[in-house]
Design a protein. Sequence first.
Length: 201
Amino acid sequence: MTLLLADTGYEIHAVVVGPMDNNVFVVRCTVTGDAVLIDAANEHERLLELCTALGVRSVVETHGHWDHVQAVPAVRDAGYHVAITAADAEMLESYDEVLVDDEVLAVGRLRLRTIATPGHTAGSMCFALEGAPVLFSGDTLFPGGPGATGFPGGDFPTIIESIDRRLFTMPAETLVLPGHGAWTTVGAERPNLDEWVARGW
């Protein structure tokens, strides 16, 4: 577990799990101690320990691909509510709540805003931490380009539109925390959009 970011009022913890090296994040309000886990990807025992240690109250999923949801049954059995978009809900055996676009999720005194970004899957969702330059991009945006669109429900023009209209409108200093691999910023990626369109992936 790594304490990735800490600022007045919030902490962001990161852990890498499973055979696909998924990034799992915990956003924690340092005032109330409440937290949310983003993507119950794998290694459920490890994630449950993290949930207990950091005061996690609920789990939100960026999308429904198998490598991002392997620990969902275990965290639900442990009493944590799991939320996912309606378009990706059928990829889960079970869930508790449906995420909708432009919704504000309370995490103690923190606020996470939902941003629908279809393209990697039909129901892909990003989360922005209000009042901080932080974006959890799931498999929508990575350093060097968009997430893969060759899976069922994926669509390249759609993911490009999602990135351009929903994510690249954010300030350049916005830190992008993706579902796998290294972090980046909106400012580092935005100038490359036309190149991604031209190459087609």
